[in-house]
Write a protein that binds this ligand. Structure first.
Ligand SMILES: *Cc1c(COP(=O)(O)O)cnc(C)c1O
Length: 385
């Protein structure tokens, strides 16, 4: 009996916790403006809110392409990244090119970027995967010199800083997401900020914005369903939760009003979520076999939304899946069949990205994981592999 009950305890893979009182504010009057709140939080002049980060990325690329009168038609993206980045590029009618990543750090391989840039490159996208801050200075200066737009994908790094720099505000444009599994996971919504390109942001707008009560109800339901005693329910249902699929048919709309109202209140909650992330990560750093850890300075890996480990040909064991451990994107961008038709011809290989897709496991760092569960995860990982 006890075993049967234990079998039903599923720890969710990602953070879902948001104060219920903040969610309920979706159904009340609007008190202040999330756009203003976010601009002052990030210390930027202007931002645009959308239904998702991919919708904003699509709109941005579309604008950049139009202003360039179709001269340049390539966008250089990480060889291992969220498929919706590739989907936004494809939807904007641009060619995807990829650069490689260093599997020891998940950072961009700068020599691979330099080789992949061409006179057709309109924009390059840098990312901070899981919140690991990528050193970006060299890329900023290359992009500036060549007149290529640098888009910083900070979908997984909202609220992160490196020295005096704030993730998402270093490149020409910065992209944030508040979707499932992101640093501040409201269940949807994204933001786009710019650094010295307010003119471009001014051209971007959405024709429609939903009230968003459905999204707010979902956010509320998620609070209950994510309890370990209940999480097997969504896991068993064919909801496609956590599946990575390449799909260009996403909605292009503004951020639902209800989500704006929740975010105004919830933005300060990121500090608490990050403190938990750091505490759980410290346990992983201390207890996991060192050769599985990546090559990071401690200061690079604070506030991670998931904790990455690299284990040769790691299959995800059932016992680990119950504890919220997951693989990430199943394949390198250039190896995904659905994406291949949108790639520029004659791509260089991205062996680092391929290695990451084979070896990467990500451990949960969220508030649903306590110290005991974190230690159990370490123990299982050290024992299994
Ligand atoms: C989630 C994610 C996106 C897309 O964000 P959405 O709001 O889901 O569209 C883009 N890039 C990265 C790295 C992501 O993790």
């Amino acid at each position: 009996m006890l075993n049967a009950i234990q079998g039903l305890v599923w720890y969710p893979p990602a953070e879902t916790k948001i104060p219920i009182s903040d969610i309920l504010s979706a159904f009340g009057r609007r008190c202040s403006n999330f756009k203003d709140e976010l601009c002052s939080y990030l210390n930027v002049d202007n931002c645009i809110l959308g239904e998702s980060a991919r919708a904003l990325l699509f709109k941005l690329l579309w604008s950049l392409k139009k202003n360039d009168s179709g001269q340049r038609n390539e966008v250089l993206i990480p060889g291992y990244t969220c498929y919706s980045v590739a989907a936004a590029v494809a939807k904007a009618g641009l060619k995807i090119t990829v650069y490689d990543l260093d599997p020891k750090t998940l950072h961009a391989d700068m020599s691979s970027i330099k080789k992949a840039l061409s006179e057709k490159t309109l924009a390059v996208i840098a990312q901070h995967l899981f919140g690991v801050m990528m050193p970006i200075d060299e890329l900023v200066s290359i992009a500036n010199k060549k007149g290529i737009y640098l888009i910083e994908d900070a979908a997984q790094a909202f609220g992160k800083t490196a020295g005096c720099k704030v993730a998402g505000t270093i490149g020409d444009f910065g992209l944030f997401s508040f979707g499932r599994g992101k640093p501040l996971p409201i269940g949807g919504g994204g933001a786009l900020v710019s650094h010295g390109h307010s003119d471009v942001l001014k051209e971007i707008y959405f024709d429609s914005q939903e009230k968003g009560y459905k999204q707010a109800f979902l956010a509320l339901a998620t609070q209950f369903i994510s309890e370990p005693a209940f999480y097997w329910i969504p896991e068993m249902l064919p909801l496609g939760l956590g599946k990575t699929v390449f799909n260009t048919a996403f909605k292009v709309k503004g951020m639902p009003l209800a989500l704006e109202k929740i975010l105004v209140r919830a933005i300060s909650f990121i500090t608490y979520l990050n403190s938990i992330r750091n505490r759980i990560s410290d346990i992983y750093i201390e207890q996991i076999v060192p050769e599985y850890l990546l090559n990071h300075k401690k200061s690079d890996i604070i506030s991670l939304i998931r904790f990455p480990v690299m284990i040769p040909n790691s299959k995800l064991m059932k016992g680990l899946e119950h504890l919220g451990v997951r693989r990430m994107y199943p394949k390198a961008i250039s190896e995904e069949n659905a994406i291949k038709p949108f790639l520029k011809e004659n791509q260089r290989a991205t062996p680092g990205a391929a290695e990451i897709s084979k070896n990467l496991l990500t451990l949960p760092t969220h508030t649903g994981i306590n110290d005991t569960v974190a230690r159990r995860i370490c123990h299982k990982i050290n024992e299994y592999y």
